[in-house]
Design a protein around this ligand. Structure first.
Ligand code: FMN
Length: 94
């Protein structure tokens, strides 16, 4: 079944949310910790963490567009150069 961009935009909000969220399959969960020199520590969940290479060690993540709301994780990393990433494991093993 073909669905075009207009039809996606016309979907009920929850239907569109479920549809778009499911398109890329099962996503991991990662907690990115960062620190704001002004406001202190920040912990946020990110599914879009990717491993790009190991020599040199290269990781990436995608942050939602900046502008409308503050993107604290990105701002903190840019301000300090430091962050932590902790993968949230699935202990049920599936
Ligand atoms: C399961 C899950 C995965 C998420 N993955 C991302 C992501 O990959 N990128 C992103 O920008 N926001 C993602 N978010 C939304 C951020 O967790 C949310 O916007 C958070 O407030 C970001 O905080 P920040 O202001 O520190 O950047 C995700 C949220 C959930 C619940």
């Amino acid at each position: 079944m073909l669905i075009n961009a207009d039809q996606i935009q016309q979907m009920d909000r929850i239907k569109r949310l479920n549809f778009i969220n499911a398109i890329t399959g099962i996503k991991p969960a990662n907690l990115i910790g960062s620190n704001s020199p002004k406001h202190g520590s920040n912990l946020a969940i990110f599914s879009s963490v990717v491993h790009l290479g190991s020599n040199p060690a290269l990781l990436g993540f995608i942050t939602r567009p900046t502008g409308e709301v503050p993107r604290n994780t990105l701002e903190n990393i840019e301000a300090t150069g430091y962050y932590t990433i902790n993968h949230v494991p699935n202990h049920r093993g599936c």
